[in-house]
Design a protein around this ligand. Structure first.
Ligand SMILES: [Zn+2]
Ligand SMILES: [Zn+2]
Length: 301
């Protein structure tokens, strides 16, 4: 799979509605499928999204409130049924181990898939295989709750015009990369003269928190930030009471973090029309989009 996009499988908060399923978000990135917070009904949402669950390689649970994990057991069973041969890495806050186990083994089935658990004890890098890095940050939601960031490595890009002008050919490019310079016709040419560093793209997900610095830090300069906004400004008191964000607060996080695009999700069932979320967020952060169930956002390179 060489596709790169974010598929919104659900957008509700605690209580689903006729139009909004419990949250679940699939980030397809090259040959990986990162599934975040599989809420109840996630397996069926895959069918509506016309995506095979077998693309999932990693599952993340931000915290163990039901709307973020009730679909974990059925997703694992589905992957088992589909006889996936690749390992399924699962990341979750370590303090929720007992809930993870209950969800994983909540029913009778013969487990054949290879599940690799990664309970997260502290903030920081939880995975780095050179192809991409996964970072975790703890949010402020009254229970252990993790925001994630997935980043691909930065790569060096050569300017073909400058290479040609400098008289550097193929084998000399490799020397240049290795040594940091080459000498052409008595002239020293440095790596930075003919190339630049392309920063790796990054995706951050911040779900269920009050406004906090770690949400801004984990999203720093991300290409795409998926952020909860359970309430509009009208219900700011509820947001602070239940440790959630308003759309405006999500937008402020996006702005302070300097992200490129903000996508809002995790809406309270009290709202039928989500237009107000977009309006309030765009006042602070214009490049905001409101997620809809089964909507796909491109994550182009
Ligand atoms: Zn929630
Ligand atoms: Zn929660």
């Amino acid at each position: 799979m060489s596709v790169r996009d974010l598929i919104i499988l659900g957008t509700s908060s605690q209580q689903p509605t006729r139009k909004r399923n419990h949250g679940a978000y699939l980030l397809r990135w090259n040959d990986e499928g990162h599934l975040f917070d599989p809420g109840e009904g996630t397996q069926r949402q895959f069918i509506f999204a016309n995506v095979a669950p077998t693309c999932v390689t990693r599952i993340y649970v931000s915290h163990f409130h039901g709307d973020h994990c009730l679909g974990l057991g059925s997703m694992l069973m589905r992957l088992n049924l589909d006889k996936v041969t690749h390992p399924i890495h699962c990341y979750y806050p370590a303090s929720g181990k007992k809930y993870f186990d209950r969800l994983r083994y909540g029913t009778m089935y013969h487990e054949n898939i290879h599940v690799i658990e990664h309970p997260v004890y502290e903030a920081g890098i939880v995975h780095d295989d050179g192809k991409f890095k996964i970072e975790a940050a703890f949010l402020e939601h009254g229970v252990d709750n993790i925001a994630w960031r997935v980043t691909e490595p930065s790569t060096r890009k050569f300017d073909p015009v400058k290479l040609k002008q400098s008289g550097i050919n193929g084998p000399q490019v490799r020397v240049l990369e290795k040594e940091g310079h080459v000498i052409i016709n008595g002239q020293t040419i440095h790596l930075d003269d003919v190339s630049w560093i392309r920063d790796g793209d990054s995706f951050a997900i911040v779900i269920d928190t009050r406004y906090c610095q770690s949400a801004i830090d984990i999203a720093k300069n991300a290409k795409l930030l998926l952020c909860e906004s359970t309430y509009t400004e009208e219900h700011r008191d509820l947001a602070s009471k239940y440790l959630h964000l308003t759309a405006k607060e999500a937008a402020t996080i996006a702005k302070k973090a300097g992200v490129q695009t903000l996508i809002l999700t995790h809406f309270s069932a009290r709202y039928q029309d989500l237009k107000q979320f977009e309006v309030e967020s765009r006042e602070v952060f214009p490049n905001t989009f409101v997620a809809d169930d089964l909507k796909t956002f491109p994550f182009a390179r």
